[in-house]
Design a protein around this ligand. Structure first.
Ligand code: ASP
Ligand code: MG
Length: 403
């Protein structure tokens, strides 16, 4: 008998009808012989509504109270799903993150899971119950309720699967899997049947919106098998696991487009020891998450450093960079937010030369200029002009025969 963790996102349980459909599906899985533990999100846009309510009464939004507020959304959905299961004759019990033993650090609104004490969940499963755990939340060692950051229920599901040694975590959502490219950009994009943990993590880090990048990271580290699938069609989705098991290993699996970043260029930096440490130290101190970095060869003792970072933090990033100008002997800081990052991901790149050449040749053929390049063993990312990004994705998708 398999133990499977099911995760249901907000759209999967958006209204009473959907909650009953999910309960029915879980009942079927039970009758097939699976033990089921559920990690559930708040209904529909509940978390956004609670967040707006906080704005209406508070400008300070204290973290501890925000977490008590936001975590209540999942309490509603967990109790309702459990009632619906009970009505179908499926023995079930709901548990908050705290009751389920999800222990986190104390950083409110972006807590990290330290440990899952799964005994209560295990006991309920052993007693034949479906256990419905509130996603996105835990409790700190000082017994305050914490939340994991938006989209955190994916991580709850994977962490539960790891702690319970489950066969897999099935992530039910409103898309039917992970695609070779965003189908809105590339109509011929295919649903991928298999991905390795490493590929999924690279894709999420490169901007693929689902599943959540922290869940992909947790799954890779703890080797938790996942399946990303639809709670609307219930068809087979994308399985994620060890690279050895990926049949039909393609050289390139997917092309991912990420907007939302800006390029910052610090010009005329003195070419001496420690300037990068000063510049990126200042950015790190202000919590700015820097992505790609390029430094040119120096001419006459001066060089340019460019990096990309989230547009949402651009003001902070620019201020941090400007504050270092004197120290690093630089002339000027400029920003360009009309950029996008296009990433090509595939485990087969490790053993197949020429992928980078194909990328560059394809973009050249489209007259698309590349502004920055970065790579990992299984990823090539390029920064291009935003207006040309979709064309770049379409051309690359075709060039690697992904359709
Ligand atoms: N309800 C939370 C959110 O909307 C957590 C989740 O859905 O994963 O971000
Ligand atoms: Mg949600």
């Amino acid at each position: 008998m398999a133990l499977v963790v099911h995760k249901y996102g907000g759209s999967s349980v958006a209204d009473p009808e959907r909650i009953r459909l999910v309960a029915d599906y879980i009942g079927r899985a039970r009758r097939r012989g699976d033990d089921v533990v559920v990690a559930i999100s708040a209904m529909g846009k509940t978390t956004d509504q609670l967040d707006r309510l906080a704005d209406d009464v508070s400008t300070s939004r204290p973290g501890r109270e925000m977490d008590l507020l936001l975590s209540s959304g999942e309490r509603i959905s967990m109790a309702l799903l459990t009632m619906a299961l009970t009505d179908l004759g499926v023995p079930a019990v709901s548990l908050t993150g705290s009751q389920a033993g999800i222990i986190t650090d104390a950083s409110h609104q972006r807590a990290r899971i330290l440990e899952v004490r799964g005994d209560r969940v295990r006991a309920a499963v052993a007693a034949g119950q479906v256990v419905v755990v509130a996603g996105f939340q835990g409790v700190s060692r000082s017994r305050d309720v914490t939340t994991l950051g938006r989209g955190g229920t994916d991580t709850t599901a994977v962490a539960l699967a790891a702690a319970l040694d489950a066969d897999r975590a099935e992530i039910y959502t409103d898309v039917s899997g992970v695609f070779s490219a965003d189908p809105r950009v590339v109509p011929t994009a295919r649903r991928l049947t298999h991905l390795s943990w490493e590929e999924l993590l690279e894709m999420c880090a490169a901007g693929c919106p689902k599943p959540d990048v922290r869940a992909a990271e947790f799954a890779r580290t703890h080797r938790v098998r996942m399946e990303i699938r639809s709670s609307f069609t219930w068809e087979a989705g994308t399985r994620v696991g060890p690279e050895e098991e990926v049949v039909e290993q393609a050289i390139v699996s997917a092309i991912v487009l990420e907007g939302g970043e800006a390029k910052v260029t610090v010009a005329g930096v003195a070419d001496r020891v420690g300037v990068s440490a000063t510049l990126f130290g200042a950015l790190a101190d202000r919590g700015v998450n820097v992505d790609m970095i390029v430094q040119n060869t120096s001419l006459d003792g001066r060089t340019d450093i460019s990096f990309t970072m989230p547009i949402s933090d651009l003001d902070v990033g620019l201020a941090a960079s400007r504050s270092t100008l004197d120290d690093i002997g630089a002339a000027d800081v400029t920003a360009d937010s009309d950029i996008a990052k296009v990433s090509i991901i595939g485990a087969g790149m490790k053993t197949n030369p020429g992928v980078a050449a194909t990328v560059f040749r394809t973009l050249a053929g489209e007259q698309i200029n590349i502004e920055m390049i970065s790579t990992s063993p299984i990823r090539i990312s390029v920064v291009v002009h935003q207006a040309e990004a979709e064309q770049a994705v379409q051309a690359l998708h075709g060039a690697f025969g992904l359709g």
